[in-house]
Design a protein around this ligand. Structure first.
Ligand code: IMP
Length: 338
């Protein structure tokens, strides 16, 4: 079997996603137990305990989720539809436990000014950052305010330099890969998440650009997070993995003797509720209880992966350079059987 470096994986003839690859431990690990592996990172000037960012979706990150994730050492980005944001802005309420919020391209200046003055990280939440209006908005905000800006989304690296020139501090990578995303079906746009991430990663490395990379969409498990970081992502953004937890906005619903919570795309009918183009689905997720359990599972899985890969910290994991491309049968063999 061929062991692929990042460069070789990036040159693969077909677009790849997480299930197409596997990490290959090639060193004798010096890590005795996974607790020795350190998952802390510095991200957008903040110290995080884990490279995990929540998606600014209205069924994922409200204030409760953002506050809890902050406690758990992760970054929560409050969704731009959240009505409690108004409290923060109009009544001057600030919470030191919330670090980031999302805005739309057409969000009022007053909102953006107020968020920037309070020192929040701003996430310019758009479906396609490879767009003039997005670049202009990013530049406008950065010229006016000293803030950190996350922009997105992009699926390959050709626009990265323009984003950096416009002042973007981090970029969300992934189009068409989200679990409730129908962009590819509706438009034919979107490539596999592994290929997207590598293309942007090499654009950054080759052009020596200063921007942090967020792997966004299609992440189903702690193993996928380990893969994304090994491919060079600075952090991952999660929607579905955090959905259905106690801290997500929305009610717990009892149906067929089971508990559920709603999870929906930002471009789904339920969010738009008007005659706009729909590029997202709505679904029900089995109730998962406290988000802490999910985050603990991620922490354990990631540390275990780092111990296999002989990586004592995230910086070392990001330098991983040994991957396998899986045949369909070997992918299936990896799944537990009943
Ligand atoms: P997931 O973790 O696989 O569920 O993906 C979450 C990501 O899907 C988000 O962070 C967005 O980038 C993307 N996303 C959210 N809503 C929509 C939508 O309605 N259409 C397309 N993509 C979406």
């Amino acid at each position: 079997m061929k062991i692929y470096s990042k460069e070789e994986l990036n040159e693969n003839s077909l677009s790849l996603t997480y299930d197409d690859i596997s990490l290959v431990p090639i060193e004798i690990s010096e890590i005795r137990s996974r607790v020795e592996a350190a998952t802390k990172i510095s991200f957008l000037g903040m110290n995080l305990g884990l490279p995990v960012v929540s998606s600014p979706m209205d069924s994922v990150t409200g204030l409760d989720m953002a506050v809890e994730l902050n406690k758990l050492g992760c970054l929560g980005i409050v969704n731009r539809f959240d009505s409690s944001l108004e409290d923060i802005i109009k009544n001057g309420k600030t919470s030191s436990e919330i670090k980031a919020v999302s805005i739309a391209l057409n969000s009022p200046d007053q909102l953006i000014d107020s968020l920037a003055e309070k020192g929040y990280i701003i996430c310019l939440d758009t479906a396609n950052a490879s767009n003039k209006a997005v670049l202009q908005k990013c530049e406008e905000i950065k010229t006016k305010h000293k803030v950190k800006i996350i922009v997105g989304n992009i699926a390959q690296g050709s626009i990265l330099k323009e984003l950096v020139n416009a002042g973007a501090d981090a970029v969300r990578i992934g189009i068409g890969g989200g679990s409730v995303c129908t962009t590819s079906i509706q438009t034919g746009i979107g490539i596999g998440q592994v290929s997207s991430l590598l293309d942007v990663y090499f654009a950054r490395e080759n052009e020596n650009l200063n921007i942090e990379l967020i792997a966004d969409g299609g992440i189903k498990s702690p193993g996928d997070i380990a893969k994304a970081i090994s491919l060079g992502a600075d952090a991952v953004m999660l929607g579905r993995m955090l959905s259905g937890t106690r801290e997500t906005p929305g009610e717990v619903i009892k149906y067929n003797d089971q508990l559920w919570k709603k999870y929906r795309g930002s471009a789904s009918f339920g969010v738009k509720m008007k005659n706009e183009f729909i590029e997202g689905e709505e679904t029900m997720i089995s109730y998962k209880g406290a988000v802490k359990n999910v985050i603990d599972g991620i922490s354990d899985g990631l540390r275990s992966s780092m111990s296999y890969m002989n990586c004592k910290d995230i910086a070392t994991l990001k330098k991983s350079n040994s991957f396998a491309v899986l045949s369909n049968s070997s992918y299936l063999e990896r799944l537990p059987k009943k």
